[in-house]
Design a protein around this ligand. Structure first.
Ligand code: ADP
Length: 469
């Protein structure tokens, strides 16, 4: 049994990357700013917790080589938490419409304060006696991912300057040397400036890491930009194709209307004088014209749904009685169902939803007529509706030919008909589910499909929003 869920393909706005100092658009930046604050809560909590445990278990920890407890972890944790509260308040006010400069300033403020707090931490833990200085790499790598190279280099320089200043002040004695270890290596510096070799070698490693990560990140982002541009070109080409399709369908509509009215005249005025043979011919022409008219109607509907999302086909939301809607759709398909000896079984309570009645009707009409068309003769189509948590779910199940696993991801594409499907249903156009797809996107519906070749299919439509009373 194969499953498939219709997903909405969201157009990604790459932002104005050409002259921005960050990768991605404003929404991505805001997401990053908020992510930074979430991680900082963890760091602040760990610092405070460590400070408290250090006091509580000082006996044990000193036995393992740590110095007697000090209050700096708690102070640093509290400073970080206070700064984070401020960032959260500011970041909470930011949205996609905020100026890029405001979002960037927020991130930069976070980075600068973090690096200063980190430098104090490095000083207390042991600037060159421990490996704590490598925590600067966390900010350097993140800057390479979020910022363009120039900006990430600035973060690397800032980290380097703060770290080297810390060590230089410790060597010169203007900042008392401290370390969290009772017996740290390199305890006796003796004012020897050669000891600077340690921090300088650490800084060289950071610069190499910055170079590698920023080069990789730039390559990935350039590819990303190329893909965004290619995607935009494809969407433009698709819009043009859609316009062309609409124009052609419109041009075809007029001759078919003319043909139909002529058939009507034949029926109303000249029907009695026509021989049975001619009547039969007219009937056949009428049937073919009706099929073509339905196809043109579907092409026009799909074109309008795709190209005019905010135009006259924009959703008109009212309270819809799902039972009445499905019953009327099934009524319209009765003749077709009877001709195939398919029984449509309704288990739809009178649930009400806030949605677009006309579009829901079109969507269910396509799903239910497919269920009838692809059912085996003398079988049942079951339609069930229920409210589940915050959704109303309507499922249409048939016992028909089913859909092959490899065809399933394509059934919602424009003009797609599987080989098996078009062999079974000679009138297959490949437009019905494309219309379902567009309506589902417009009304934010989810469509799940479960199918097994030879056994049947189930299309489940999830309408968001609790059933209204
Ligand atoms: P059409 O039915 O006119 O071909 P659709 O877009 O409605 O166009 O369906 C696309 C394809 O999906 C069909 O050709 C068929 O292969 C498959 N399909 C859709 N619904 C069903 C179903 N209930 N059972 C089996 N196959 C289905």
């Amino acid at each position: 049994m194969a499953k498939f869920t219709l997903q909405k393909v969201v157009a990604v706005d790459g932002g104005d990357k050409a002259d921005s100092s960050v990768w991605g658009g404003n929404d991505l930046l805001i997401y990053n700013a908020r992510w930074f604050t979430r991680v900082r809560w963890i760091v602040a909590s760990v610092l405070i917790l460590f400070g408290l445990l250090w006091f509580l278990f000082s006996g044990h920890l000193t036995r393992y080589g740590l110095t007697s407890p000090a209050a700096w972890p708690i102070y640093l944790g509290v400073i970080l938490a206070l700064a984070n509260t401020f960032y959260c308040t500011v970041a909470g006010r930011l949205d996609e419409t905020s100026a890029a400069r405001d979002v960037e300033s927020n991130i930069w403020l976070q980075i600068i304060v973090d690096l200063i707090v980190l430098t104090v931490l490095v000083h207390y833990v042991g600037s060159i006696q421990t490996f704590v200085a490598f925590t600067y790499l966390f900010h350097i790598v993140l800057a390479c991912i979020f910022f363009v190279r120039r900006q990430s280099l600035m973060v690397t320089f800032l980290a380097t300057a703060l770290y080297l200043a810390c060590v230089a002040m410790e060597i010169s004695g203007s900042w008392a040397r401290t370390c969290i270890l009772q017996h740290p290596p390199l305890i006796d510096w003796g004012g020897d400036t050669a000891v600077m070799l340690y921090p300088v070698s650490a800084v060289l490693v950071w610069i190499v890491v910055w170079y590698l990560v920023s080069t990789l990140s730039a390559t990935v982002h350039i590819r990303d930009m190329q893909l965004t541009l290619a995607n935009e070109r494809l969407r433009r080409a698709d819009r043009e194709k859609n316009q062309q399709m609409l124009r052609t369908a419109h041009d075809l509509k007029a001759p078919f209307s003319g043909m139909e009215s002529n058939i009507q005249v034949l029926r109303m005025v000249h029907w009695d004088i026509l021989s049975d043979e001619v009547k039969d011919l007219v009937e056949r022409i009428d049937n073919k014209a009706r099929l073509l008219r339905e196809r043109i109607r579907d092409i026009l509907m799909l074109g309008h749904l795709k190209g005019d999302e905010r135009g006259y086909l924009a959703p008109v939301i009212t309270t819809v009685n799902i039972h009445d809607l499905i019953e009327s759709v099934v009524g319209g398909l009765k003749e077709k169902a009877d001709s195939r000896q398919v029984v449509v079984d309704l288990k739809v309570p009178p649930v009400m939803v806030e949605s677009d009645s006309k579009k829901l009707e079109t969507l269910f009409s396509n799903l239910i007529s497919n269920a009838v068309n692809y059912s085996q003769e003398n079988s049942k189509v079951e339609i069930v509706a229920m409210s589940k948590m915050d959704n109303v779910i309507v499922s249409v199940r048939d016992h028909g030919i089913g859909i092959e696993e490899e065809a399933l991801p394509h059934i919602f594409e424009d003009f797609y008909s599987s080989a098996r499907g078009s062999e079974f249903n000679k009138l297959s156009t490949g437009l019905g589910l494309a219309i379902v797809r567009e309506i589902a996107h417009l009304l934010n519906l989810r469509v799940n499909v479960v199918s097994e070749p030879g056994k049947g299919s189930m299309f489940e439509v999830v309408i968001p929003g609790k059933a209204v009373k």
